[in-house]
Design a protein around this ligand. Sequence first.
Ligand code: BEZ
Length: 253
Amino acid sequence: MANTNQSWDPDAYARNARFVSDLGAPVVDLLAPQAGERILDLGCGDGALTTRLAAMGCDVVGVDSSALQVEACRRLGLDARVADGARLSFDAEFDAVFSNAAIHWMKPVDDVIAGVWRALRPGGRFVAEFGGHGCVETIKRALLDALRRRGIDGDAFNPWYFPTVEDYSARLARRGFAVRYIALIPRPTPLPTEINGWLETFAQSFMAPLDEKDRAGFIDDVRESLRTKLCGSDGKWFADYVRLRFAADKPRT
Ligand code: BEZ
């Protein structure tokens, strides 16, 4: 996952974001991995789903821009490499490129799609899920509003790309992919730790313009502005996730 203001601590990720891979079953089902297939896991994170694919008999390579996450993958015995998703250098060697919850961090968008295309053999498939149009809109608004109250225009610090079906389908088709399935799926997602854990794990970029000493107060401020919208009467928090899930094929000729 590429972003200079974002770092990935595998322990904090496991504590605050284990649900990301736990909720990955539908996209693994869409991939329908076959034993013996060579699969690239793009933005493999701490390797939870990479491990699942390897356990299904696939020959999996994981790539991630975070050296810490790649180290965590290697400790699991996985073939994992540090790579920028927009600068993939594989050449026609994979039966499938798979990705869960990572592509919304990767820009330039068309360079990511082009690298996936090159990595696939003819007849290969690109199957992925990531944040789609409207994903965490309530959280994003609260972050931007809290920055605005501090006199900061936060748009330049937004690291995410959450496309519509129309936008992403057109980009895939322009590169030559045949889009077999694509859908936007609203998925309000219960959080294991209250919203602070989510903000500390995923919203670091929005805090880049703040002094270190002001960040905890900023997070508290954002949390309180979200309480009536994302916290139930039982005190449980959820995030307003929307997923874009798709399968696209690289033609044989
Ligand atoms: C995700 O892990 O899917 C995610 C992370 C940050 C913003 C939105 C979604």
